[in-house]
Design a protein around this ligand. Structure first.
Ligand SMILES: *[C@@H]1O[C@H](CO)[C@@H](O)[C@H](O)[C@H]1NC(C)=O
Ligand SMILES: *[C@@H]1O[C@H](CO)[C@@H](O)[C@H](O)[C@H]1NC(C)=O
Ligand SMILES: *[C@@H]1O[C@H](CO)[C@@H](O)[C@H](O)[C@H]1NC(C)=O
Ligand SMILES: *[C@@H]1O[C@H](CO)[C@@H](O)[C@H](O)[C@H]1NC(C)=O
Ligand SMILES: *[C@@H]1O[C@H](CO)[C@@H](O)[C@H](O)[C@H]1NC(C)=O
Ligand SMILES: *[C@@H]1O[C@H](CO)[C@@H](O)[C@H](O)[C@H]1NC(C)=O
Ligand SMILES: *[C@@H]1O[C@H](CO)[C@@H](O)[C@H](O)[C@H]1NC(C)=O
Ligand SMILES: *[C@@H]1O[C@H](CO)[C@@H](O)[C@H](O)[C@H]1NC(C)=O
Ligand SMILES: *[C@@H]1O[C@H](CO)[C@@H](O)[C@H](O)[C@H]1NC(C)=O
Ligand SMILES: *[C@@H]1O[C@H](CO)[C@@H](O)[C@H](O)[C@H]1NC(C)=O
Ligand SMILES: *[C@@H]1O[C@H](CO)[C@@H](O)[C@H](O)[C@H]1NC(C)=O
Ligand SMILES: *[C@@H]1O[C@H](CO)[C@@H](O)[C@H](O)[C@H]1NC(C)=O
Length: 555
């Protein structure tokens, strides 16, 4: 059988790369070569297993996580799956609603005070909110997020003190305010210096109060550098407080900053003009995503790195104002998440916090999304799950994008992984293709190959990219013919590379049951089916259909 790109089914693709089913074919002659450096020279910083992390809108804490005594099993099964695959997400309970959040020692689980249309005026939390952090997987750390929006130092100090009183060992960082670029203009009258002065004044006061709470027997590893700074968006606003603006303004003169945070939303449904651009074709365009990263984000990243600090994507998702139905709730979102995090990993972000939440009625008056009936939560269509059933979004369920989290968890499962992007001369559509090399110390360990080309039921081509990895196939054709072949998965071949595939029937698939990572679907947040790896065949060609990604394990 000659491997044919006219065969679409995953089974056919498996056969095409599996010598047990495939006669020698000249497939590699048409395959595209990647330019893969053998060593990590030029690669990124060493990444941690927390690279792929989360941000959860705190007003919807109970919907996503339940409470201390009754945790939401669907969400926690997903987090457990991520840790089982090698990830260790850092949790930021942050977003717009942290800026109207109040700690009240006599309160219990988080409670929203809302308008009739679901606009959140306030979220009140008691000790039970912090206690619920104990339900997270072993090793999970948190960003203690503080309200700057109410302009009350007491409110901010009370939250900071409560977080270390109830969870002294789980607080890794503090963050004061979310997206100050969106505050009322009169707060700082567009003065970067006025913003920085107030930020420094407050963070110093909060440090003093937190240290006093921890006392002499402080067992935490919170040092002087414990703050996330900036938390700005890339929107055009009068107030300039991105990291690139506040670093020269002296925000870190007291050496309090651990990491600079910037928020990334390349698309939006906050208004009709931008909603028209929030399409599958655009969110999968790697050229556009890399340009956004280089123009809007990288100057701040570079300012942080040049100042000797780390930087993070403190909050991000594909389409601001809760996503776009039929775009961000499809399999395309899984491919978008994977490529976006790898784009930021090559640019030396220390972590990326994928935002999860629900529509915020006060965010925009002409947005595409709304809250549910009577102001109930209208879960964001870019979420990886709908944590509970609702009239607006239907049954509580896992969304197609979740499988992308497992791709990322395995990609960064080795502490200290470094990464760089790979170029390919021709033979692929550059706008819809991305490839990355991973290094364990200085040794090439993995490849990620992402074919972002939208592929629909009505497509006239499947846009398969054939990648020549012959140099990494450890057995020659003669050896293969001489010995016959080993087991289906190359077990006995020892070093023979294998791959795991992230796939779905089509790019716009909305049914999680049809989305697979290494052959498994994660419906109901449980792994269904057997793990399926594909051995790199002797011809050394990996075929990746349009709207598919593979992670190749080289050793
Ligand atoms: C926790 O949530 C459960 C289920 O919603 C509820 O029955 C219980 O009262 C809550 N516990 C507390 C302490 O609020
Ligand atoms: C949690 O992780 C720590 C450090 O990785 C380990 O020592 C401890 O045994 C783990 N605890 C549980 C309950 O798994
Ligand atoms: C905090 O600010 C919000 C928004 O301006 C307001 O609705 C809320 O009442 C304020 N809360 C307190 C406790 O001042
Ligand atoms: C901002 O400008 C307004 C109007 O000029 C003034 O009333 C207000 O005090 C200014 N605020 C700050 C923080 O300087
Ligand atoms: C610092 O904050 C305190 C308390 O809010 C305030 O009284 C003081 O004026 C502030 N100082 C500066 C320089 O902003
Ligand atoms: C708070 O404690 C940390 C750790 O001991 C120390 O590095 C820092 O300087 C202290 N900050 C203040 C304001 O006391
Ligand atoms: C991808 O985005 C780039 C940059 O915005 C644009 O020039 C190019 O035309 C887009 N490609 C496709 C196929 O839409
Ligand atoms: C590859 O990564 C470098 C940073 O290491 C970046 O400048 C460049 O734009 C990236 N190329 C693409 C196509 O993403
Ligand atoms: C999403 O797609 C479905 C099926 O094609 C369609 O019925 C529905 O109207 C679309 N929803 C939106 C918001 O476009
Ligand atoms: C990332 O960090 C590495 C190691 O410090 C450096 O060599 C590289 O130039 C950086 N890349 C970018 C895009 O900042
Ligand atoms: C193919 O299907 C997609 C998704 O349903 C649709 O948006 C597009 O218009 C269709 N194209 C043609 C040529 O019918
Ligand atoms: C989902 O998983 C839960 C817990 O394992 C189980 O009780 C429930 O029946 C499952 N639901 C479906 C639809 O599989």
């Amino acid at each position: 059988m000659k491997a044919s790109i006219a065969l679409f089914s995953p089974a056919a693709i498996l056969m095409a790369t599996d010598p047990a089913f495939c006669h020698p074919s000249p497939g590699h002659r048409n395959a595209v070569k990647l330019n893969i450096p053998d060593t990590a020279i030029g690669a990124s910083i060493a990444h941690s297993t927390s690279f792929s992390s989360f941000s959860f809108e705190p007003a919807f804490w109970v919907e996503f996580f339940g409470n201390g005594s009754s945790p939401n099993p669907l969400t926690f099964r997903l987090l457990d799956l991520i840790t089982q695959h090698g990830g260790q997400p850092l949790i930021r309970p942050g977003g717009i609603t942290m800026d109207s959040m109040i700690f009240d020692a006599s309160a219990g689980d988080p409670v929203r005070t809302t308008s009739a249309t679901g606009g959140v005026y306030r979220t009140t939390v008691g000790p039970a909110y912090y206690e619920s952090w104990s339900n997270f997987p072993n090793g999970t750390k948190f960003v203690s997020t503080l309200n700057f929006g109410n302009d009350s130092l007491d409110i901010a100090i009370n939250m900071a003190v409560a977080s270390v009183m109830y969870q002294p060992d789980l607080v890794e960082y503090f963050e004061l305010g979310n997206e100050p670029t969106n505050y009322d203009e009169s707060r700082w009258n567009d003065s970067t210096a006025a913003y920085v002065a107030q930020w420094k004044n407050w963070t110093a006061a909060i440090d003093t109060a937190v240290n006093a709470t921890l006392g002499a027997s402080d067992t935490t590893d919170l040092g002087n550098e414990r703050w996330w700074a900036s938390s700005a968006t890339t929107d055009v606003t009068g107030l300039h407080v991105r990291p690139a603006d506040i670093i020269p303004a002296g925000v870190n003169s007291a050496d309090q900053v651990a990491e600079y945070s910037i928020h990334s939303y390349p698309f939006s449904t906050c208004d009709p003009d931008r909603a028209a651009l929030a399409t599958i074709e655009n969110i999968l365009n790697h050229t556009g995503l890399a340009q956004y990263a280089d123009v809007e984000i990288y100057p701040s990243a570079k300012a942080a790195l040049d100042a000797g600090s780390r930087w993070v994507i403190g909050e991000f998702n594909s389409i601001s104002c809760s996503g776009n139905p039929n775009v961000s709730d499809t399999f395309a979102q899984a491919l978008w998440v994977v490529d976006s995090e790898l784009i930021y990993a090559t640019r030396n972000a220390s972590s990326c916090h994928l935002h999860q939440g629900a529509t915020l009625a006060f965010q925009s008056t002409d947005q595409v999304n709304t809250a549910g009936a009577n102001g109930t939560p209208g879960f964001s269509t870019y979420d990886m799950l709908y944590p509970e059933s609702s009239n607006l979004r239907g049954e509580a369920r896992v969304l197609p994008s979740f499988a992308g989290q497992l791709f990322l968890a395995e990609a960064f499962a080795t502490e200290g992984t470094r990464i760089q992007n790979l170029t390919v001369q021709d033979g692929v559509d550059q706008d819809y293709f991305a490839a990355y090399a991973f290094y364990d110390k200085d040794t090439l360990s993995k490849l990620a190959i992402i074919n972002l080309h939208p592929y629909y039921a009505n497509s006239t081509s499947d846009y398969t990219a054939s990648i020549d990895l012959l140099a990494y196939a450890h057995q020659s054709h003669d050896e293969w013919q001489g010995k016959g072949w080993y087991g289906r998965h190359g077990e006995r071949g020892g070093k023979q590379p294998y791959l795991k595939r992230l796939t779905a029937p089509y790019t716009n698939e909305k049914d999680e049951a049809k989305v697979t990572w290494a052959g498994q679907a994660f419906t109901n947040a449980t792994a269904n089916g057997a793990v399926r790896t594909e051995r790199l065949g002797w011809e050394g060609v990996v075929r990746v259909r349009g709207s598919e990604a593979v992670l190749v394990f080289l050793n």
